[in-house]
Design a protein. Sequence first.
Length: 116
Amino acid sequence: QLQLVESGGGLVQPGGSLRLSCAASGFTLDDKTVGWFRQAPGEEREGISSIDLRDDSIYYRDSVKGRFTISRDNAKNTVYLEMNSLKPEDTADYYCYAAIPGNVDWGQGTQVTVSS
């Protein structure tokens, strides 16, 4: 069974940090583009970071540059999103994905709430 499982979300105060994990089972991540989207209540889903399978180039959405760091551990078949200096506007459900041309697999999401 192909599955992506996110973890690490939760409630954090503004300025705090969280580390999201996305573990794959049933397939490997090292030959796929991997990344993270998020969706805030009432908003559209937006891409925030990715690692391209072709050249390992990394993309960050402007609003998270300098605060978020994406990484992958192929030995653990896991992708991470380190989030620092969190802001209330980072509150959203965060989804990881793994993609090859013509197919995208999604995780079920993990909730991040930034509030005092």
